[in-house]
Ligand binder design. Structure first.
Ligand code: DC
Length: 217
């Protein structure tokens, strides 16, 4: 069983995808992590983020272990980390290099306790369109830029980060622009995706809708 959950930054995909994975005994793959890892590695090793070739080299050397180790860096989830990820994720050579790693995960999906899972929940931007075009269930979770900025702003505040709401909103709009206008695998719902706008919904309402879709499948 493969479920893909795509959508723009801060739409609430991560929380939802983890809950779906836990409920149905599926492994969870946050595919944004691979682009964050490449962007951060480029940044930490002072590589030129404008160079697609350099980013491709870093992507070729990326392993799951390296990605997990990079995820412990404070900048992995910071605004800077998000920006760097968004830059490298626009490079077709980087995306091609990282495609197999994402697809291979479904061949041997592992749960945190080491057991083999019954399938995978993919969370990202192109998992229903490019990574797993034949997924069993595709969801596209979205919300207005303002609502997403408000959610991310609260998250940053709870982590003690000093950033204004206006800066967060500007960053979300810039990332939406880069993610949806890039030539390679732009952010868009798969034709057969269920589209859920969470702007006016609580997390409980989103969960209820999604579980209903999956249960009726
Ligand atoms: O979901 P996230 O914020 O962790 O993603 C970080 C960046 O990676 C985001 O700007 C878009 C990119 N990304 C992508 O291009 N394709 C994916 N499947 C997942 C993320």
């Amino acid at each position: 069983m493969i479920i893909t959950i795509d959508g723009p930054a801060s739409a609430g995909k991560g929380t939802l995808a983890k809950e779906v994975a836990a409920r149905y005994g599926l492994a969870y793959f946050d595919t944004g992590m691979i682009y964050r890892a490449v962007g951060l590695e480029m940044y930490l090793s002072h590589k030129n983020l404008d160079s697609e070739e350099e980013a491709e080299k870093v992507a070729k050397d990326l392993s799951f272990a390296k990605m997990i180790s990079l995820s412990e860096d404070a900048d992995f989830r910071s605004p800077l980390g998000g920006k760097n990820a968004s830059i490298v994720s626009a490079y077709p050579k980087v995306r091609n290099t990282l495609l197999k790693m994402q697809q291979d995960f479904a061949k041997n999906p592992i749960l945190p306790d080491g057991k083999i899972a019954k399938g995978v929940v993919y969370d990202g931007r192109d998992t229903g369109t490019v990574v797993c075009p034949r997924a069993d269930i595709k969801l596209f979770i979205t919300a207005t830029a303002e609502v997403r900025a408000q959610r991310r702003y609260k998250e940053f505040q709870s982590k003690g980060l000093t950033i204004s709401y206006e800066e967060v909103l500007k960053d979300i709009i810039a990332r939406d622009e880069r993610d949806s206008k890039r030539s390679s695998a732009p952010l868009k719902p798969a034709e057969d995706a269920f589209i859920i706008d969470t702007s006016l919904l609580t997390i409980e309402q989103v969960r209820e809708k999604v579980f209903k879709i999956i249960d009726s499948h």
